[in-house]
Structure formats: structure tokens, C-alpha cells
Design a protein around this ligand. Structure first.
Ligand code: NAD
Length: 437
């Protein structure tokens, strides 16, 4: 059992804190957002993540999990300090290191004893080395530390499961002592199998970027194949499922859609391109994946405009799904943002519904209507657009929808609605890469 402080209690920090306390460690999650910490201390979970609440409350009850705004004393009282603050994208496409840098400063001020400084945030390759140098230059004499890069691979929406049953844990460190302590904090995971990969710091940092970029690239690839399917009489579902049967390809991340979003893929791709530019290495595949994704997001607007007779102006459009994917309230870089902007620009009226993410999106758009019930959003609309693959949209009552809509247009950007029922009911519809029935 180790005493651990996690700095940054967002999607990654909170799930990591909950997971590591579940493994038997004593964890303090800290954040500069006092409101977030107060909420957590009064039992309110600030993010939506399936399964998180139950396990969080259990570990709080067992006195293994704490939330605090007192970052300095939490650092002083812990042996392992995990950095999980955001690394958003700057205007130039690099990772914004402001939050990580300020955390490193606070850590340096509170190094009172041997500690492991571990970065879980996704950071440019070479960051570990810089952090080590900063800490050494701010060194208090007689105090010792080791540095670890431990990138996180959880997915929002299944973060708890991903953390508790990971495919792999990457521990990048030059220190045998730190490696052994890190193995200890993940101990329950390698009783039956050993998912731990020990690398140097730079490889660990690179593994995270290379993995995310590859997945993003796969999505852009299948989206482009889907777009071509629409013009050559092929059906993307048949194509993707047969491709996925090839073990070399695998069936994961072969679902076409409105373009990837979220707080990771877009910024991580851009950041890796920026890193490669600094090293004078040309990474054409990454640039192509970024451009293909931008086009895919824009294409959803064009599809919508082409679908509705007479265009979008003054049309009521029910937009179902605001989060960048199902089972999360996160709307960062969501394709729904692009389509909302497009509809507004074209003079349409947005009637938005999301089971969880209405609040998050209302912080970005206060000029559209939000509904708490999916059928209220659809009521008297001219067109219905599905943007997120929430399960409840798979089971929409189409005959009821036909009765309550003003017109009969449906754009299904996730290919989740049964096309034969749409045709039978007389809807005019479009989707991504499918042969219409
Ligand atoms: P987030 O924005 O949800 O959370 C970051 C938290 O850090 C916020 O609560 C913020 O208040 C806090 N913070 C900022 N500065 C601080 C400081 N000086 N001291 C204490 N707290 C501070 O971010 P996230 O989505 O959890 O992502 C964190 C990192 O993990 C990023 O680098 C991201 O790329 C990476 N990552 C994210 C995911 C994901 O699915 N969200 C998955 C893997 C890796």
C-alpha cells in the first residue's frame, strides 16, 4: 500500500484515484478547482462516467480515497505524486504545457522526502527530461526523487473498466526502485497476468502519442472508405466487417461516423505533428488523418444541406447527441459543435437533446434550445440528425417520430437506425457509406 497524491481531478485523475484506491492504496486527489473538490467531498461526482460513483463511494467509506485543495501538504505526505492535469492544444497545435509546468513548480517547492514524480498527462516526447532538469535545478539538498512516465490509455465512457482491466500499463523510468514501487501500486493487476511494459521515459511518452494517432488514423481511413462506398455501390458495413475479420486489421475502430472528437485524438495528432516538425521529420500520414477528419466534420453539414429540400434556412433540426461519443458528458471537439455552428450559420433552428451532455454543450452554445426528453426535441422538427451513438437512439420509436415531425428527413451519422424501417415509413434519409434500401 502506497500513499499517493494525484494532481488534477478530471476524467483521468479522478478515475486513476478511484482505481488506485480500489487496488488498496491510500490516495488523495487534489485540484485547483475548489468547487470540484467541494462537490466530491459532499458526494457529488463532477463528471459522468459509468460505474464510477459506486466504486468511488466505497473507497471513500473505506478511508482509502480523499479529496483536497491543499496541494502542498498532500504532496509532502505522499511517496508517489501523479500528474494528471490537462494538456490542451495551443493555437499552433502544440500541447499547452502551462498546467504541467505550474504543477512541477509546486512539486519542487514541496519535495521534502524521497518521492516518485509520475506523469500521466499526455505530454510531448522530451517532457520527462525537462521535468527532471527543472526538479534538479530547484532541488532542496538532501531530498531525492525518481521520475516516471506512466501514460494513460483509458477511454471516456468505459474509463473505470479500462483502468481496472487495462490492456497494458506502460512504466517509463530509468530507476529500478521507481519501477518496483510503480509495480507495487498496480499490484492486483499482475497477480494473474502481467500487463506491465517497462521502457525508458521517452518510449513511454511516444507509446501514448503513437497509439492515439494510429487509432485516429484508422478512423479517418474508414471514413474515407465509407465516403467512397457511397459513390461506387459498396456498403461500408459489409466492407468494414469483412476487413475486421482479418486479424492483421482487427474490427476495432472501423466504424464510420461524423469525424473523431474528444479531448485526446485531435490534440494528440496535432501535437505529434508539431513534435515531428521540430525534429524536421515529415509525418504525412498524420497530416492526412487530421485533414480527412476536418473534411469529415464539414461533410456532415453538406450532407444535411443536400438532404433537406429547400435547404436549412428556417428549418427546425432535432440534434440527437452532443457528446463526442456515447457514455460521456464530454463535448470537447465533438462533431456536434461543427454541425451546430453550420446549422446556425445557415439560418436553421437547433433543438438539441443529449441524455447527459446538455449542460456541457450549453456552456458553448446558449443560443439553441435544449430538451430533457428526446421526443420533445424531435416534436415538430423538419429534420432529425443523430450525432452520437447513445444506445437509446438505437431504439427510437420511428412510427411515433413520423407522427410528431413536421417533415421526414433523417441524417444518421452513426449508422444506427434500421434503414428498411426508415424506407417503409417513408422517411428521406442519409447516413455514412451505406447502400440505401
Ligand atoms: P481534465 O481537463 O478533465 O482535468 C484536468 C484537471 O486538472 C482539471 O480538474 C483542472 O482543474 C486540474 N488542474 C489544472 N491545473 C492544475 C493545478 N495546477 N493543480 C491542480 N489541478 C490542476 O483533463 P483530462 O481529460 O482528465 O486529461 C488529463 C490528461 O490526461 C491530458 O493530458 C489528456 O491528454 C490525458 N488523457 C486523457 C484521456 C481522456 O479520455 N480524457 C485519456 C488518456 C489520457
Amino acid at each position: 500500500m502506497k500513499n499517493i497524491t494525484i494532481i488534477g481531478t478530471g476524467y483521468v485523475g479522478l478515475v486513476t484515484g478511484v482505481g488506485l484506491s480500489e487496488f488498496g492504496n491510500r490516495v488523495i486527489c487534489v485540484d485547483i478547482d475548489n468547487d470540484k473538490i467541494s462537490k466530491l467531498n459532499s458526494g457529488v461526482i463532477p463528471i459522468y462516467e459509468p460505474g464510477l460513483e459506486e466504486i468511488l463511494k466505497r473507497n471513500v467509506r473505506c478511508e482509502r480515497l480523499y479529496f483536497s485543495s491543499d496541494i502542498s501538504s498532500s504532496i509532502k505526505n505522499s511517496e508517489v505524486i501523479i500528474v494528471a492535469v490537462g494538456t490542451p492544444m495551443t493555437d499552433k497545435g502544440n500541447a499547452n504545457m502551462y498546467y504541467v509546468d505550474s504543477v512541477v513548480k509546486v512539486i519542487a517547492e514541496n519535495l521534502n522526502d524521497y518521492k516518485i514524480i509520475c506523469t500521466k498527462s499526455t505530454v510531448p516526447i522530451g517532457t520527462g527530461k525537462k521535468i527532471i532538469n527543472t526538479l534538479i535545478s530547484d532541488f532542496t539538498e538532501g531530498v531525492d526523487f525518481d521520475y516516471v512516465s506512466n501514460p494513460e490509455f483509458l477511454r471516456e465512457g468505459s474509463a473505470v473498466k479500462d483502468f481496472l482491466w487495462p490492456d497494458r500499463i506502460v512504466i517509463g523510468t530509468a530507476s529500478k526502485k521507481a519501477y518496483s514501487i510503480m509495480c507495487d501500486i498496480y499490484r492486483p493487476l499482475y497477480i494473474n497476468k502481467n500487463p506491465i511494459k517497462h521502457t525508458n521515459v521517452e518510449s513511454a511518452e511516444m507509446i501514448k502519442y503513437a497509439s492515439n494517432s494510429f487509432l485516429a488514423l484508422k478512423i479517418s481511413y474508414i471514413n474515407e472508405i465509407a465516403n467512397l462506398c457511397e459513390h461506387v455501390g459498396a456498403d461500408i458495413h459489409d466492407v468494414a466487417s469483412a476487413m475486421g475479420q482479418d486479424g492483421r486489421i482487427s474490427d476495432k475502430f472501423l466504424h464510420p461516423g461524423p469525424g473523431f472528437g474528444g479531448s485526446c485524438f485531435p490534440k494528440d495528432l496535432e501535437s505529434l505533428v508539431a513534435i515531428s516538425k521540430e525534429k524536421n521529420i515529415n509525418m504525412e500520414t498524420l497530416k492526412a488523418a487530421i485533414n480527412a477528419n476536418k473534411s469529415q466534420k464539414a461533410k456532415m453539414g453538406t450532407k444535411l444541406e443536400n438532404l433537406i429540400d429547400g435547404g436549412i434556412k428556417n428549418k427546425h433540426i432535432a440534434l440527437l447527441g452532443l457528446s463526442f461519443k456515447a457514455n460521456t458528458d464530454d463535448v470537447r471537439e465533438s462533431s456536434s459543435i461543427d454541425i451546430i455552428e453550420f446549422i446556425i450559420k445557415k439560418g436553421g433552428i437547433v433543438r438539441a437533446y443529449d441524455p447527459i451532455a446538455n449542460d456541457s454543450m450549453s456552456k458553448l452554445f446558449n443560443n439553441i434550445s435544449y430538451y430533457d426528453d428526446v421526443y420533445e426535441a424531435i416534436n415538430e422538427s423538419d429534420c432529425l440528425v443523430i450525432m452520437t451513438e447513445w444506445n437509446e437512439f438505437r431504439a427510437l420509436d420511428l412510427p411515433r417520430i413520423k407522427n410528431i415531425m413536421n417533415d421526414r428527413y433523417i441524417l444518421d451519422t452513426r449508422n444506427i437506425i434500421n434503414m428498411s424501417e426508415l424506407s417503409r415509413l417513408g422517411f428521406v434519409y442519409d447516413n455514412i457509406g451505406r447502400i440505401k434500401i
